[in-house]
Ligand binder design. Structure first.
Ligand code: SF4
Length: 470
């Protein structure tokens, strides 16, 4: 893991990542001019660009120049209110071209030469149903595809969005204007988008996220369909018909049987195979269609991996524990019921819908149930890093970890929406203490976040690497 100089102190890549995610960067026009054709670097903020530090750490790239233009371009009352905070959003970080390469600067001081992911047409594609990939899904780092809001948030529509949540703010605005909320994304779209990301881009993890619902039951119908649509991607043989190398060797369904067998025998209750995703990308003779069939290497030169090793489900803790068991049986590898904050008084204001409707008790009850029944690290709860005092974050993370529940860490991005009237992120010391705390908890309680090359905004996998001396 790299170390850097920052404000006269030494910081490592996890701390630098947290600083960059929370403050954003200013990206020089030359960076887009030179690299947007040859790398995955788009000007549309919905594409969630990322950069890769020279030690491989993945970091969200929020171009603050674009972000402020985006806010001022949409003349809504909400955005005008956000612009009041614009002066607080000045970032000391920038991305410029140096010696023909993209490089990171702090004020005018060089920090690191970074790289960018290989180019892809992912964001220009539509599914067979005509749904755009962009706006519904994002690639994160090199091995994740994420669906940020698969179904609407009933809490936000009811006037109780979480203060930090951009999607929640949008749902609240729509509801206030009396406009209909968007429908949930079709399962066939989820299967097709994920299938493309897995087969063409070597993605091995997917995050399925939706809004919060009143009893967790109305979302169950969607979740069942999504998991069914992904089933054919778990451990599927690659286009050569050979079992997967690393993926086949390491990934197993909850019953412990090799996934090839699981995929081969998976059936809907009516006895038909429910391999929607695989069906979409196969010709009637069973061969993969188009580019997938012709591709023998991923853009990064590695052989294709056509298996999902991680299916992360972010849900409302349901009243009915049976739903949890069903989700695992359908292929979820981990289930999150995120508390976001531990401090109860702050949570009442910042996450008022969660506190009022789902309650802290139900979150903790379901998380403990998952950990007891399905094992350590199978339940996880996200914390938004940087909103609450470190002391309460520390108590909350320890409380969960002692019960086999994985606390995960998503860096607060204040440029989204102000929280408690502030858009000021904490200093590097807060991030360092968080990193040390989570590393200690992971080690002491043998908790393991997904071993991936990293997500854009979440730092748990980076902390795991730090904890293992990597
Ligand atoms: S519950 Fe909060 S974090 Fe979840 S979608 Fe609704 S507003 Fe966003």
């Amino acid at each position: 893991m790299n170390s850097y100089r920052y404000d006269g102190a030494e910081i490592d890549s996890v701390e630098l990542k947290a600083l960059l995610v929370s403050r954003g960067l200013k990206v020089d026009k030359d960076v887009y001019r030179l690299f947007s054709e040859t790398h995955r670097l788009g000007v549309d903020p919905r594409e969630c660009n990322c950069i890769i530090l020279s030690d491989g750490t993945i970091v969200q790239l929020t171009d603050m120049g674009f972000h402020l233009k985006y806010l001022s371009g949409i003349l809504s009352w909400n955005n005008l209110k956000l612009l009041r905070y614009a002066s607080k959003l000045a970032t000391p970080f920038s991305l410029r071209v140096s010696d023909g390469k993209p490089a990171l600067f702090y004020n005018n001081n060089y920090i690191d030469t970074i790289s960018l992911p290989p180019p892809t047409d992912f964001y220009r594609r539509r599914t067979a149903l005509g749904t755009r990939f962009v706006g519904n899904s994002v690639l994160q780092g090199l091995d994740w595809v994420s669906f940020q809001c698969l179904w609407p948030c009933e809490y936000a529509a009811g006037g109780r969005p979480c203060q930090f949540c951009f999607s929640g703010g949008d749902f609240e605005t729509l509801a206030k204007k009396g406009k209909p909320l968007p429908p949930a994304l079709d399962a066939a779209d989820v299967g097709e988008i994920t299938g493309y990301a897995v087969r063409e881009l070597g993605v091995s993890g997917v995050q399925l996220t939706g809004g919060s619902t009143m009893d967790g039951k109305s979302e169950a119908r969607h979740i069942r369909e999504y998991l069914a649509a992904l089933e054919g991607l778990r451990g599927e043989a690659d286009w050569r018909g050979e079992p997967q190398g690393k993926a086949a060797a390491t990934s197993r369904p909850p019953n412990g049987e090799p996934q090839g067998k699981a995929a081969a025998t998976s059936r809907l209750p009516n006895g038909e195979p429910h391999d929607k995703a695989a069906a979409i990308s196969r010709l009637p003779n069973g061969e993969l269609q188009g580019k997938a069939a012709a591709t023998s290497r991923l853009p990064n030169g590695e052989p294709p991996r056509t298996a999902l090793n991680e299916i992360l489900l972010y849900i409302t803790p349901p009243n009915d524990r049976g739903l949890i068991d069903e989700y695992f049986a359908l292929g979820a590898t981990r289930v999150a019921c995120s508390l976001e904050l531990w401090d109860t008084e702050l949570a009442k204001t910042v996450t008022s819908g969660k506190v009022a409707f789902t309650t802290r008790e139900r979150h903790l009850d379901i998380l403990a149930y998952i950990a007891e029944k399905h094992g350590p690290s199978k339940a996880f709860s996200n914390f938004i890093i940087g909103i609450e005092p470190f002391e309460s974050l520390s108590r909350g993370a320890a409380h969960l970890a002692e019960r086999g529940i994985l606390p995960t860490a998503s860096v607060w991005m204040p440029m989204g929406r102000p929280v408690l009237g502030s858009m000021t992120p904490p200093g590097v010391d807060y991030y360092r203490r968080t990193k040390e705390l989570f590393a200690e908890l992971y080690t002491k309680h043998r908790l393991t976040p997904p071993e991936t090359r990293g997500l854009n905004v979440c730092i748990e996998s980076d902390i795991l690497r730090y904890a293992s001396g990597g």
